[in-house]
Design a binder for this molecule. Structure first.
Ligand SMILES: *Cc1c(COP(=O)(O)O)cnc(C)c1O
Length: 397
């Protein structure tokens, strides 16, 4: 049976538009095949090349590829000394991985409410949460918009805190005309399928600190003192020695094969997303929606997500009703995010209550992420626009 749209008629699209589908071309496909045929598919020369290219792109001294951003955040905290009993300050408006990685170190995540306009941590509220146990600030650059790094740097200096960036959305992000990965002590990136560039699964840590980079390499591969691929190379047999009980967080050459070519296209992809962003802004400006705010001065917004906030006061239904209606129109949508303190585990464990972070709650109840991949064609984005207009108009008071 054909699914009916909100008005009982035909949905805007017959073929469902998947949210966050990556753009993959022959370069990536050929490179993966070449790697498979090369006989070396684990961590090897392609990972080394991807790290080299990535650190140049960011302008950092060291880059270490890992299996995910979650792994990257975990190791970044470990090497900068975050441990059981410590506290790490971050935002409630993030993916659960940010908070899970803090929890994995044994430290406690301390949430600070966001600014509604930027969706980033409200830096004016950080200082009163700093205690003796506070070891680090973990800024999440939401949707690719830079946090107020001047303020965060000043606080970190004053209280001797580490800064670890969650740059899962923010590969291209610039603050003061410099890449966000050049601020703070360590920065972790994600190459999950929906991110601005992807390796199916994968992540990267960049830092200017040689000691951190070396420790991360060791931690990411069982705590062994030598790379596995050097062990089996023609340089002669080398023993490995375990120096710490590490993790299995390495990236493979198959993933790096994707990453190398995705990185070459990062600017092309960003331009396409910029055009989609401008198109949506124009299409939606007369609807009861709060549209995403632009970047600040001397900043580059990585535009990872296009998130709208529905103005509930002007609508007859909840945001969730709008989400379902859009899906029925054939448009895949996302929610970024349900605030961390509203998830059952964290609510229970840290005794959070509804009302603790009113701005994050405001956003949680209203936000919708629309399809925003460079893969989208002009006709796809016209469909998105038509469906949004249809659904919002239908449910308007
Ligand atoms: C995607 C994401 C992560 C986790 O990335 P993985 O590579 O999937 O581990 C962490 N933080 C934020 C803000 C994200 O969006």
């Amino acid at each position: 049976m054909e699914k009916l749209a909100v008005n009982g008629g035909k949905p805007t699209r017959k073929k469902f538009l998947v949210f966050g589908s990556p753009l993959i071309s022959n370069d990536e496909i050929n490179e993966v095949v070449k790697t498979l045929r090369s006989g070396w598919i684990g961590t090897g020369p392609k990972v080394a090349r991807f790290e080299e290219n990535f650190k140049k792109y960011i302008g950092a001294k060291y880059a270490v590829a890992v299996s995910s951003c979650t792994a990257g955040l975990h190791l970044s905290m470990l090497v900068s000394g975050v441990k059981e009993g410590d506290e790490v300050i971050t935002t409630p408006m993030t993916f659960v991985a940010t908070i899970n990685s803090i929890t994995h170190t044994g430290a406690k995540p301390i949430l600070v409410d966001i600014k509604r306009e930027t969706l980033n941590i409200d830096t004016d509220l950080i200082e009163k949460k700093i205690k003796k146990k506070t070891k680090a600030i973990l800024p999440v650059h939401f949707a690719g918009r830079a946090c107020n790094m001047k303020k965060i740097n000043d606080l970190a200096k004053k209280y001797k805190l580490k800064i670890i960036n969650d740059a899962a959305h923010a590969i291209e992000t610039e603050y003061n005309n410099k890449k966000i990965g050049t601020f703070g002590d360590l920065t972790a990136y994600s190459f999950y399928v929906t991110k601005n560039i992807m390796t199916a699964e994968g992540g990267m840590i960049v830092t200017d600190n040689e000691k951190y980079a070396n420790m991360i390499k060791i931690y990411a591969l069982h705590g062994m003192s030598k790379d596995a691929w050097k062990r089996f190379s023609d340089e002669g047999f080398k023993h490995y020695f375990v120096v710490t009980p590490g993790f299995k967080y390495n990236m493979t050459d198959i993933q790096a094969s994707l990453g190398i070519h995705q990185l070459e296209k990062i600017e092309k992809y960003a331009k396409r997303r910029e055009a989609i962003w401008q198109f949506y802004n124009k299409e939606f400006k007369d609807l009861p929606l709060i549209l995403p705010s632009p970047a600040g001065k001397n900043e580059f917004h990585a535009k990872h997500l296009y998130t709208i906030l529905v103005q509930l006061e002007k609508l007859k239904v909840s945001r969730d009703k709008i989400l379902s209606a859009l899906q029925k129109e054939g448009i895949g949508v996302g929610v970024h995010y349900l605030a961390i303190h509203l998830h059952p585990y964290y609510k229970e464990k840290y005794k959070f209550r509804y009302g603790d972070f009113p701005e994050a709650e405001f956003v949680s109840e209203r936000t919708i992420s629309l399809p925003f991949s460079p893969k989208l064609t002009d006709s796809d984005i016209i469909d998105v626009s038509k469906a949004v207009r249809k659904v919002i108009s239908w449910f308007s008071k």
